[in-house]
Structure formats: C-alpha cells, structure tokens
Design a protein around this ligand. Structure first.
Ligand code: SF4
Ligand code: SF4
Length: 306
C-alpha cells in the first residue's frame, strides 16, 4: 500500500501564537471554506500550485520554452516585461520553476509522508519540553487528511509531544471528527452565528461547525476559540454578542482569541492569480479593547491576537 502523504504549504518553527508554549505549526493544503478575508489563500486548493512573483521576472523567456501547455506569455508593456500565466491552462507541472533563476517562479505546497514531517517536528523537541509547547496542525483544514493527521498525532503521542489541531470546525467525516478528538487541544474558529451570513462569508453552513463545537465541548476537549473580527462581515454587535453568549455557555473553553482583520495575505492573492476582494480598514485599538471586554463580560478568558 502507498504510504499516506499530504500537501504541506508552510511550516513555522518557534510559533508563540498557535496554542501554548513554543510550537511547530504545520499547514496542510486544502480547505472546504473560502472565507472572504482568508489570509492563507495558498491553503485553499488541495494540491500544490504555482507561485508567481512577477516583480522578480527579468523576461529571459526560459519558462516559456519549457511550458508543455503554452500557459506562459511574456508581454512588453511600455518597455517593461509583463509575465502572464494562464491558470486555466497551467497543470502545475512545475517544469518552469527549474529554469527560472530569479525566483519569479516557485511553488506553494510539497507532499510529505508522516515520517518526513515527523522528522522535521522532532528537531524542535527541546523547545516543546522547555516551554510546554508542542505541534499545531493547521491549514487549510487539516482534518481533510484524517489518516495522515491521525498517524501524525499517534507518532507525537508516542514521543510525548503535545498536539493541537487548528480547525475551521467544518468537519463532517467520522475520521475527521476522530482526529479532532485525538488532539490534546483544539484551536477552533467561530466565524458567525447567523447561518445566511456565515454561508455568504465562508461559502458553507455553520450548522456542522456549531454542532461539532458543542459536542467537543461536552466531552471536555480543551478549546481555544478564534473569532475573526472583520468590519462589515463579522463585527456587528449582534454577531459578536451572539458568539460571546454561545461561548460563555460552554464549559471547555480555555481562552478566546480575538483576531482583528489584517492584510498580511494580500500579496499571496497576486502570486496565485486570485482576486483580493476584501477592502476594509484596520480596527482601532480602542474598539478591539471594547470587543475583548464584551467577551470577558461572559466570563471568558479573552486575548487580542492569537
Ligand atoms: S507549472 Fe507547468 S504548466 Fe504551469 S506554467 Fe509552469 S511549466 Fe506551464
Ligand atoms: S524564467 Fe523566470 S525570469 Fe525568466 S521569463 Fe520566466 S519567470 Fe521571468
């Protein structure tokens, strides 16, 4: 039988924001949601993709000659070279990367086996031990690869490494739910209470998310809840009050992280040939403090950022 593999688009060593202590955070590629504010658009598709940094292109033409499907065009515009990739034609064969010496072409995503990924994780073991940290498995949505995640968690447990899954909560397969149950800690996103708004903002219903949240809470799974605050999408008093009220009624929530909107992911939309649709102002610090106080009023240990 083939060894199970999953596409990983990023690994962060020494993270302080993905659970407790110092952590290694791995990001699996592929997500059932398409949040309008997504800051990791390279985590949405379930396969590796071409990453294009057009400003680095010198117009040498190497890539054009190796592309088997004619997806690359170089146009000259007012003396400047413009690199144009037809994403409909591109098959993500990555032949062009090998001949691009400026770094204009690269990839988002590499397949790892559990053995390969665990070897990377194990290198940071001393930091987990000294800080009470561990491994956080995020994405995308890691539970879309339940076999991989379950095997990775098993390997971590055998080595006394703490595990967390960072999940959007939209998990419908029994194996995916088992993966959530097996992790020591869940970082669980709550992006809205009202179904129609949730569907509009993320592309999916929040019913399975809220069902999973309540069930995982009932079995005592330690939860850090992440609440994205996006002006015009998730920041109405009604929405935030509704979320705070729900979380305040649960018993396993250890902390709530208020995640104020930012634009760190904007450049990656251009690198993927995707349209960036968000157009919002940052949330002033005073408003962030007021939102924090709103959650605290429901008895919730709350912090800004995450
Ligand atoms: S990844 Fe392959 S198909 Fe896509 S542009 Fe490069 S060479 Fe062409
Ligand atoms: S190989 Fe790289 S630098 Fe040369 S034209 Fe293609 S993208 Fe530009």
């Amino acid at each position: 039988m083939d060894e199970v593999r999953a596409p990983i688009f990023h690994i962060i060593h020494g993270s302080f924001v993905d659970g407790y202590g110092i952590r290694t955070t791995v990001f699996l590629k592929g997500c059932p949601l398409k949040c309008i504010w997504c800051c990791n658009p390279e985590g949405q598709k379930f396969h590796p993709e071409l990453k294009v940094s057009a400003a680095k292109c010198t117009g040498c033409g190497n890539c054009v000659s190796v592309c088997p499907v004619g997806a690359i065009k170089l146009e000259t515009d007012a003396g400047n070279v413009r690199l144009d990739i037809d994403r409909q034609l591109c098959t993500n064969c990555f032949k062009c990367i090998d001949v691009c010496y400026t770094g204009a072409l690269d990839r988002f995503g590499e397949y790892y086996t559990v053995d390969e990924l665990f070897a990377v994780i194990k290198k940071d073991e001393q930091f987990y031990r000294s800080s009470g940290g561990g491994v956080t498995i995020g994405g995308g949505e890691a539970t879309c690869y339940p076999e991989f995640v379950l095997e990775l968690i098993k390997r971590c447990k055998e080595n006394y490494i703490h595990t967390a899954i960072d999940t959007c909560g939209f998990v419908t397969s029994p194996e995916g739910i088992k993966a959530l149950e097996e992790a020591d800690l869940l970082l669980f996103d709550v992006k809205g209470i009202e179904l129609a708004a949730h569907q509009r903002n993320t592309g999916v219903s929040n019913e399975p998310i809220l069902q999973n949240l309540k069930r995982l809470d009932a079995i005592g799974k330690p939860l850090i809840i992440r609440v994205p605050v996006i002006p015009g999408y998730t920041d109405s008093e009604e929405t935030l009050n509704g979320i705070a009220e729900l979380l305040g009624s649960l018993k396993s929530v250890e902390r709530v992280d208020i995640m104020a909107v930012h634009e760190f992911g904007k450049v990656k939309y251009a690198q993927l040939g995707m349209e960036y649709k968000l157009n919002v102002e940052p949330i002033p610090p005073e408003r962030q403090e007021r939102i924090k106080a709103l959650f605290e009023a429901h008895g919730l240990n709350t912090q800004l950022g995450g």
